[in-house]
Design a protein around this ligand. Structure first.
Ligand code: C2E
Ligand code: CA
Ligand code: CA
Ligand code: CA
Length: 276
């Protein structure tokens, strides 16, 4: 096990189905990027539709690469997942979000919570919950302000392990949301069994609002499902007023998308919170 940010973790053997050339060049680069603190978190505000105010944000990773410039997650997260590097990178993201939350607190900002993405791959770490607890302690993170976004894939990897991790962390006050909802395979019983407080409607369905009747039906069905299960519902990828109005009309709780703001550097997000 190696050490970083005071946490030890194991690196897993890389999957064999990635293009080996890409993997070979990117893996050491990702490692050195992590050690040299080239990663940054951008924040995309989430808006509460009842108040119209910012209720929180999703933290999204960017790679400030010395030669390539700002690299988007689609270019490095899949490789990080294949190689297992997403494990230390994921811990870094929680650590960094914790540091940033201290800044929000010092500034006296009003907001609800910050969502950090957790990859399915991170659940292969036996010490996931324990390590997260340690990061929370070290960074004085208020667990009630921390939320993890999971995908449906994560829930199916090792059900018992996932269930115990989620239970342990939610006992601390951490909330979980189910990301990209509708694109994977969630069973209703799992939705009930796990401490998941929020469903995030995948942006592919939101994109079809006012264009495609099926997508509209799916969006409405997810909102109703969430509310019937006593959960909150967020629509992601809201890009225009027509989509927003549809979501308000159908009682969606929160929205996130380019219509309000793209993910922005922390300074810009803090400027938004200042006027919140
Ligand atoms: P995601 O978790 O589904 O994040 C939402 C993505 O939608 C973000 O892409 C965001 O910039 C984008 N988005 C937001 N509003 C709009 C909109 O109105 N229209 C459209 N078309 N897109 C919008 P991003 O930042 O490029 O991240 C891509 C994916 O990379 C994320 O998808 C997530 O799966 C992964 N990712 C990013 N940061 C992290 C991280 O820290 N850890 C892990 N495990 N995954 C991450
Ligand atoms: Ca997400
Ligand atoms: Ca998503
Ligand atoms: Ca996604």
């Amino acid at each position: 096990a190696k050490q970083l940010h005071g946490c030890s973790y194991a690196i897993f053997e890389a999957d064999k189905d990635t293009d080996p050339a890409t993997q070979i060049t990117l893996e050491p680069e990702l490692w050195s990027g992590l050690r040299q603190e080239q990663f940054v978190l951008y924040y995309q505000p989430r808006i509460d539709l009842r108040t119209g105010k910012i209720i929180g944000a999703e933290a999204l990773m960017r790679w400030n690469h010395p030669e390539r410039g700002l690299v988007q997650p689609d270019e490095f997260i899949p490789i990080a997942e294949k190689t297992g590097l997403i494990v230390p990178m994921g811990y870094w993201a929680i650590h960094q979000a914790g540091q940033d939350m201290l800044k929000f607190k010092e500034a006296g900002f009003r907001y609800g919570s910050i969502g950090v993405n957790l990859s399915f791959r991170q659940f292969k770490d036996d010490f996931l919950a324990k390590t997260i607890r340690r990061i929370i302690d070290k960074n004085q993170i208020d667990p009630h302000r921390l939320e993890f976004e999971l995908t449906e894939t994560a829930l199916f990897s090792d059900e018992a392990h996932v269930q115990s991790c989620l239970k342990e962390l939610s006992a601390l006050g951490i909330d979980f949301s189910l990301d990209d909802f509708g694109t994977g395979y969630s069973s209703f019983s799992l939705l009930q069994k796990l401490p998941i407080s929020t469903l995030k409607i995948d942006k592919s369905f939101v994109a079809g609002v006012n264009q495609n009747k099926d997508d509209e039906e799916i969006v409405r069905a997810i909102i109703n499902l969430a509310h019937n299960l006593q959960k909150k519902v967020i629509a992601e990828g809201v890009e225009n007023k027509a989509q927003l109005e549809f979501l308000i009309r159908h009682d969606c709780d929160q929205v996130q998308g380019y219509f309000f703001s793209p993910p922005v550097p922390i300074e810009d997000f803090m400027r938004m919170l200042r006027g919140n």
